[in-house]
Design a protein around this ligand. Structure first.
Ligand code: FES
Ligand SMILES: [Fe+2]
Length: 393
C-alpha cells in the first residue's frame, strides 16, 4: 500500500496470498474486544432473560425496572446458562438449577435459595457483568479488553446519528460466515456491479461495469472514492459487456460519489452536510455506511464466533414530523423486502461460501486491504494506549 501526495492510497502488491501482513486482524476471528456491539432490538429485551453470543462471549440479557443488564451466561456453580433462569426478586436473576441468585448491576451472588438465608457462599462468588447502553432502538454491549472501562458509546456511533433527528427501519439476522468476510463484502468495491446485477432493488437502475477507485481516510472512517465509472467495456478477444438494459434509466455522464447508481439531483441537507468523500465508508469494529441521496444505509457486522455473525442492517432517513410516516410506508412496503431482503441475501450467500485466505487480490481489492490496514492500525493504537494506562496505574 502506498500513500501518495494527494492523500489517496493505491495498491502496490497484487496477488497477496495470506493475512500475515495484518497479524491482529488475522487473529480476530471472533472479533475485536474494546468496542460496543449492537446485540438486539431494545424492544426484544424484557424481564425474561435471553441468550446471545458476541465476540465469543456468552451473554444473558434481561431488563429490570427499565434498565437492561448483561451477565456472563454461565452460573459459576455448575455451569448452567443463567438465561434459562428467571427473576425471583427485583434487581436479581436466579439460576434455574439450584436458585443461586445474582445481583444484576454487579453480578454478585446475593442469595442462594436452596441453602437458606445464612448460606456462607453468598457474597463470595460473582458472574461477570458487561456495560450496556441503548441507542438507535438497539441494546449495545461493551466487550472489554481485560478490565478496562468502556469509552462513551457516542464516540463510536456514526456522528450523524448522535446529533440529528431521524427515523430508522432495520433488520437483524443471525448469519453464517465469519464477520470479517461480511465486513469485507460490505465494503468490497468489485462485487456489487456483478453480483447484484440481478437484484430487483436494481431493476430500473443501471450499474457500472467497472470503476477505478481509490480509498480516502477521514476521521475514523475510510471511504471508497470513484475516480472513473465505466458503463460498458470491450474485453479483448472476449466481447462487449454492460449492465445497461433498455428498461433501465440511462447512466449519468459524470462521475458521482453519493449513491451507487448515478448522480442525484437533490441530496438531503443532513447527508450533504456530512461531506462524505465517497458513498461507501467503513469504520471499526465493522460498521458500513452507504450514503444515498435521501437516506443512509448502515450495516453492523457483529462477531458471534469464528463461523457466525449477526447482520444488523439499518436504513435511516433524517426526517421528522409527518415525513416519518412516508418513510415507514416506503421502508415496510419496499425497502425491507427488496433491499434488506433479496439484495442483502445475495451478500449473505457470498459471505457464507467465501473461503480465504489463501487469496489472490486484484485491483478493486484495494477496498479490502485498506480496511485491513485500518483495523490493524486502530488496534495497534488502542493496545498501545491501554498499555500506557496500565503502566500508570
Ligand atoms: S448451576 Fe446454577 S445454581 Fe446450580
Ligand atoms: Fe453487496
Amino acid at each position: 500500500m502506498s500513500q501518495t501526495t494527494d492523500g489517496k492510497v493505491r495498491p502496490r502488491h497484487a496477488g497477496r496470498q495470506d493475512w500475515s501482513t495484518w497479524p491482529q486482524y488475522n487473529a480476530a476471528a471472533s472479533g475485536f474486544a474494546g468496542y460496543w456491539y449492537p446485540v438486539t432490538w431494545s424492544s426484544h429485551v424484557t424481564g425474561k432473560p435471553s441468550a446471545f453470543t458476541i465476540c465469543g462471549e456468552k451473554l444473558a440479557l434481561i431488563r429490570d425496572n427499565g434498565t437492561v443488564y448483561a451477565l456472563h451466561d454461565r452460573c459459576p456453580h455448575r455451569g448452567v446458562p443463567l438465561s434459562l433462569g428467571e427473576q425471583q426478586f427485583p434487581g436479581t436473576l436466579s439460576c434455574p438449577y439450584h436458585g443461586w441468585t445474582y445481583n444484576l448491576p454487579d453480578g454478585r451472588l446475593c442469595a442462594v435459595i436452596t441453602d437458606g438465608p445464612g448460606s456462607p457462599i453468598c457474597g463470595k462468588v460473582s458472574v461477570r457483568t458487561y456495560p450496556v447502553e441503548e441507542r438507535l432502538g438497539l441494546v449495545w454491549v461493551y466487550i472489554a479488553i481485560g478490565d478496562e472501562e468502556p469509552h462513551p458509546i457516542d464516540e463510536q456511533l456514526p456522528a450523524e446519528l448522535v446529533s440529528n433527528p431521524f427515523v430508522l427501519g432495520g433488520r437483524i439476522q443471525p448469519r453464517t460466515g465469519n464477520w470479517r468476510f461480511a465486513c469485507e463484502n460490505g465494503f468490497d468495491e468489485g462485487h456489487a456491479k456483478y453480483l447484484h446485477r440481478t437484484a430487483l432493488w436494481r431493476l430500473f437502475k443501471p450499474m457500472p461495469a467497472w470503476n477505478i477507485t481509490s480509498i480516502v481516510a477521514k476521521g475514523r472512517w475510510i471511504y471508497r472514492v470513484q475516480d472513473e465509472v465505466h458503463w460498458d467495456a470491450d474485453f479483448p478477444g472476449v466481447g462487449r459487456w454492460s449492465n445497461k438494459r433498455w428498461w433501465k434509466a440511462n447512466p449519468p455522464d459524470t462521475t458521482f460519489n453519493i449513491g451507487n447508481t448515478g448522480a442525484a439531483k437533490k441530496v438531503d441537507p443532513t447527508i450533504e452536510a456530512q461531506q462524505f468523500p465517497g458513498f461507501a465508508s467503513l469504520s471499526m469494529p465493522g460498521v458500513l455506511r452507504i450514503a444515498y441521496p435521501k437516506f443512509i444505509h448502515y450495516e453492523f457486522y457483529v462477531p458471534v464466533d469464528a463461523d457466525n455473525h449477526r447482520y444488523v442492517g439499518m436504513m435511516v432517513n433524517f426526517t421528522k414530523g409527518w415525513h416519518t410516516a412516508r418513510f415507514y410506508a416506503k421502508y415496510l412496503g419496499v425497502i425491507r423486502w427488496l433491499f434488506h431482503g433479496q439484495f442483502s441475501g445475495q451478500d449473505a450467500w457470498m459471505v457464507d461460501v467465501t473461503d480465504a485466505p489463501p487469496e489472490k487480490l486484484y485491483r478493486p481489492d484495494i477496498s479490502l486491504t485498506a480496511w485491513r490496514n485500518l483495523a490493524e492500525q486502530e488496534t495497534t493504537e488502542r493496545r498501545a494506549s491501554a498499555d500506557a494506562k496500565d503502566s500508570h496505574s
